[in-house]
Design a protein around this ligand. Structure first.
Ligand code: JFZ
Length: 436
């Protein structure tokens, strides 16, 4: 059976039509975990270390591939940590720019099964996520420093080698494009349902690479064919073509307001790190505090976006304590406050936020959440409040909070309060409840 008309439709058209529906879970869930894991966990000084230090492939392989043996790799622990933090999806680097594949691929020997570890790392990861009801995403780098047909440009470890550059003329990017497709086919055929693809990344221009170099259109078409409901980010250089991506991914960057394309707000996600680099970095001393990370999550949702927060597992395969501590703190906050995150988005136009606060809003339940970044003394003003309030309460214990508005106050009430005509006046306890 099936709708013959629908089946005969152009895949691009179908992909645009289904977008709203396939994006539902993602727009609801709001909070996911990014995992950057590869050979760069061994040097432990940034995932671009091979490029930064201009290390040739053989040296890189001898030092790191030949020693890769993550004896503490238990993806159930990763999944449990994500779940406890309140995250709903996990995106793992199946392959980063270094070209090392975490799965047992037929396309290359530069993969986990050929290291001393000797096994596919993706399969147990996928199983652990499914067991924990986490949606599954693969990050896939179209930049590949390992493949011999990848034309050397400025993103490459050998960018300054005249000898290496001179070999560009003998390279065939057709072979490379086929390689990408063969890898994608494996990833999207051998591990069951995959919910999300994070493409990374295009840099069109002189000495750059863009959609023609990757055959982005062919990649998207293949993904849609193998996994009809998969959702994808926007890093394949497909411009504003609506079939080419589902959401925007500003990088370690908090937009002032929701990003737009042709004047229309689009789904967006900011990916962020704990400490700056994405791969495990032993000596980085720039870790954000748990409170900063919680505020970041609130801010993202208050602007209608998603947060993909990154962990870089160590070369042994575990999350280090600094990461675990932050995930646990976020989980603690989420246990009491996740209602103000899941299913929420920015407040409707006309709702102004009080000083030192952020607003999130659930359009289904029609609830407005006021996040007090700094607890005010006794009185909270919601200026020019447009809504009608039925009830106000704290989120952590559902205890009632009294409120009034000037228009409802009788003469003489609120004598000492100077409030605008429609301001909502909320009476908070002087002592801040002892929760985050
Ligand atoms: C890329 C990677 O190079 C990096 O290692 C990490 O994986 C990150 C998530 O993605 O970095 C980017 C990609 C895109 C932009 C900036 C950094 N961008 O569009 O500005």
């Amino acid at each position: 059976t099936g709708n013959v008309f629908a089946q005969s439709k152009d895949w691009k058209e179908k992909s645009i039509e289904n977008k709203e529906e396939r994006m539902q879970w993602w727009k609801n869930d709001r909070f996911g975990m990014f995992i950057h894991w590869g050979l760069y966990a061994l040097p432990a000084r940034h995932e671009w270390v091979q490029q930064r230090e201009q290390i040739d492939h053989d040296t890189y392989k001898k030092k790191y591939f030949d020693l890769f043996n993550p004896d503490l790799y238990h993806p159930e622990e990763w999944a449990a940590a994500a779940k406890e933090a309140g995250m709903k999806y996990v995106v793992l680097t199946a392959k980063h720019h270094e070209g090392f594949c975490l799965w047992d691929t037929k396309t290359s020997d530069f993969n986990a099964a050929k290291t001393p570890y000797g096994k596919d790392l993706i399969k147990p990861f996928v199983e652990a996520c499914r067991k924990n009801d986490l949606k599954i995403g693969f990050y896939f780098s179209v930049i590949d420093w390992y493949h011999p047909d990848f034309l050397i440009d400025n993103t490459h470890p050998l960018r300054n080698s005249k000898d290496a550059r001179s070999k560009n003329k003998d390279k065939n990017m057709d072979v490379f494009r086929k390689y990408l497709k063969d890898q994608l086919r494996e990833l999207l055929s051998n591990y069951g349902k995959i919910d999300l693809l994070f493409w990374d990344f295009s840099y069109p221009g002189e000495d750059g690479k863009g959609h023609q170099d990757w055959d982005s259109e062919g990649l998207v078409k293949m993904a849609r064919t193998l996994q009809p409901n998969i959702i994808m980010n926007d890093r394949l250089d497909l411009g504003s073509d609506a079939w080419g991506w589902d959401y925007k991914t500003p990088e370690q960057f908090m937009p002032q307001t929701s990003p737009t394309v042709n004047g229309v707000k689009v789904p967006w996600e900011t990916c962020q790190t704990f400490s700056g680099s994405w791969g495990y970095h032993r000596d980085e001393n720039t870790w954000k505090s748990s409170n900063q990370l919680i505020a970041m999550l609130i801010e993202v949702v208050s602007k209608g976006g998603n947060l993909l927060l990154n962990v870089g597992p160590t070369a042994r395969g575990n999350f280090d304590d600094r990461a675990m501590e932050r995930l646990q703190e976020m989980g603690k906050w989420m246990r009491l406050n996740s209602k103000a995150i899941y299913g929420c988005t920015e407040a409707p136009a006309g709702f102004n936020k009080p000083d030192n606060s952020m607003l999130t809003y659930n359009p289904k339940t029609n609830r407005l959440y006021v996040h007090l970044l700094q607890y005010p003394f006794k009185t909270l003003y919601l200026p020019g409040f447009k809504g009608k309030v039925k009830y106000a309460q704290f989120l952590h214990d559902n205890s009632e909070i009294k409120y009034s508005s000037r228009s409802s106050a009788k003469d003489g009430e609120h004598m000492t309060i100077t409030a605008g005509e429609n301001d909502l006046i909320v009476d908070l306890p002087v002592v801040k409840p002892d929760v985050q």
